[in-house]
Design a protein around this ligand. Structure first.
Ligand code: NAD
Length: 255
């Protein structure tokens, strides 16, 4: 596409990236396109989507909207090979901090959203010779982060759902894996930092708390996702890759 250098390992394949208009999802969309995939971005706010990609507006918490968007992707491209379920939102606080409506809202986006989009895409993925799904979880799924009860529950469920989907669709040739980013430098983190009294000092403190002294880059997360959905990971399913500077595997805690 557009004069970019491609090695072409995904030539001829069609990829759908939810939340692909910003941050980690945008980096994933770029990485897949650089390898030759045709990329469809599905996002509730497509205004920031790279114009190189076909953008479809849908909220993953709305089944009718998801079904319509996936039908539009199929109409446009006639196939689907790769699905990256990356759209997600945050939630702060301990287990008492959010009411039932907020629990339902976050779980509907972060967990059921993956089920909705995957269910709509499955009939197409079943027809692909190289079908793969990657779900964006988080370090919060495994690290026991303080003041992230609802978010952690949602991202833990993403890992369980990933394994269940991998089992269900193994014999259909659809691989399902997940990626667990640590604190990644995206507009999401930018918004959090912007609300601090001194955003630059807050950023420096946040970087110093990371095991490798800096934030994870969205491109580093995208690199792991690219591997997991590529034919080179053809024998890898039901697992996850941690892209967190070593925090989770080394059992470190954010200071
Ligand atoms: P971001 O806010 O920069 O981008 C998220 C994108 O998802 C946006 O384009 C947004 O419009 C879209 N989106 C949000 N809710 C949606 C919905 N209901 N339907 C459709 N689209 C929706 O965030 P990011 O930092 O790039 O995060 C992407 C994913 O990575 C999320 O699942 C998040 O939980 C996960 N993650 C982020 C970090 C981090 O530190 N940034 C760390 C671990 C995991």
């Amino acid at each position: 596409m557009g004069g970019r250098t491609m090695s072409g390992q995904l030539d001829g394949l069609v990829a759908v990236v939810t939340g692909g208009a910003s941050g980690i999802g945008a980096a994933i969309a770029n990485a897949l396109a650089d390898e030759g995939a045709d990329v469809a971005v599905l996002d509730r706010d497509t205004s920031g989507a790279d114009p190189r990609f076909a953008a479809f507006a849908a909220d993953v918490s709305d089944r009718a909207g998801v079904d319509a968007a996936i039908a539009a992707v199929a109409e446009r491209f006639g196939r689907m090979d790769i699905l990256v379920n990356n759209a997600g939102i945050g939630a702060q606080g301990d287990v008492a901090a959010n009411d039932d409506d907020e629990w339902a809202r976050v779980l509907s986006i972060n967990v059921t959203g993956i089920a909705r989009v995957s269910a709509a895409a499955l009939p197409w993925l079943r027809q692909s010779p190289a079908a793969a799904i990657c779900n964006t979880s988080s370090i919060a799924a495994t690290a026991g982060l303080p003041q992230r009860a609802l978010y952690s529950a949602s991202k833990g469920a993403v890992l369980s759902l990933t394994r269940a989907m991998a089992a269900d669709h193994l014999r259909e040739g659809i691989r399902v894996n997940a990626v667990n980013p640590g604190t990644a430098d995206t507009p999401w983190i930018g918004r959090l930092l912007a609300s601090a009294p001194d955003p630059a000092a807050e950023r420096a403190a946040l970087e110093a708390r990371q095991p490798h002294g800096r934030l994870v880059s969205a491109d580093e997360v995208a690199g792991a996702v690219l591997y997991l959905v590529s034919p080179r990971a053809g024998s890898t399913t039901g697992t996850y890759v941690e892209v967190d500077g070593g925090m989770s595997p080394l059992r470190l805690r954010p200071a």
